[in-house]
Design a protein. Structure first.
Length: 292
């Protein structure tokens, strides 16, 4: 009886130890069945929360294309929502509207404020005093413009409507890599927004069709080393979890050009996550890629 009590006590202690350790959070686009219940917050949930939000606060290193990508918007829509003028500069700490209703309210409020300011600011100066005031305002304006340039963040390459890619028609798509198709597109809100191709580390990644690199970096949570290519006004494609990026932003890319090598950055397995977006919305890549 005494031995039985000792065994029970030891088992109770072991169970207590195994339950006490916190689980490491996993951010992954393509969760496998084995780890789908163990992650604390997946990339799908992160992107979903961004899309549901009405506003976004600009962080250092952000670009309009990156913000539009995570919020599920077309970059032109994002620009219009926020009345951003060429050369499309955004600033750290700036709040961007991600919702049409919110954007309209903000614009209306801004218009009312400017009207009130106009009514309250009659000119009461004459002659030389007006000239001095005008000169002072010009100096202040130049100083502010100069300091703003110093803290500007990255901007969309060559402006939003780039003539190099804007009107180009996309007629043919190519598979972005060799490998086993392990995940496919799902249209549900938290479903897979692209496809996954698995192969060995170092496998070549190719541009699915010609275009221009509008994002190349690791600033988007859960995507690892990511490349986004703009093909025309309507289509973008993305290549995530790369080991190494071989192209940089603003680069003009031809169809089939090697742009990266496969890896596991931002995830726990070696694979490529590939997406196609039409006017900001994810679409099934298998509808565009040739059958194989």
């Amino acid at each position: 009886m005494k031995n039985l009590a000792v065994v029970i006590f030891v088992l109770w202690g072991l169970l207590g130890c195994s339950a006490s350790g916190p689980r490491a959070p996993v951010s992954d686009l393509t969760l496998s069945k084995s780890n789908s219940n163990s992650h604390s917050k997946s990339l799908r949930e992160v992107n979903s929360s961004v899309k549901k939000s009405n506003v976004y606060k600009v962080q250092a290193g952000d670009t309009l294309y990156a913000i539009a990508w995570q919020s599920g918007l077309d970059v032109e829509t994002l620009v219009n929502y926020n009345n951003i003028k060429p050369p499309y500069i955004i600033h750290e700490g700036q709040t961007l509207n991600l919702n049409a209703t919110k954007a309209k309210k903000t614009t209306a409020k801004s218009n009312r404020t400017s009207q009130i300011k106009d009514k309250k600011s009659p000119t009461q100066c004459t002659g030389q005093s007006c000239d001095k005031n005008q000169g002072k305002k010009l100096v202040e304006k130049k100083t502010k413009a100069y300091s703003a340039d110093k803290v500007d963040l990255k901007t969309p390459p060559k402006a939003v409507n780039n003539k190099k890619t804007g009107d180009r028609k996309v007629t043919t798509w190519h598979w972005p890599a060799k490998g086993k198709l392990t995940k496919t597109f799902a249209s549900s809100q938290l479903g897979m927004k692209g496809i996954s191709l698995s192969n060995q580390r170092g496998t070549a990644i190719y541009a699915a069709t010609s275009g221009e690199v509008v994002y190349a970096g690791s600033g988007l949570s859960g995507y690892g080393n990511l490349i986004i290519i703009k093909h025309n006004y309507d289509y973008l494609s993305a290549y995530a979890h790369n080991e190494k990026l071989l192209v940089s932003e603003n680069s003009t890319i031809r169809a089939g050009q090697k742009i990266a090598i496969m890896g596991d950055s931002g995830t726990d397995s070696v694979h490529l996550h590939f997406e196609i977006r039409y006017r900001g919305k994810s679409v099934d890549p298998l509808r565009y890629l040739p059958k194989r």
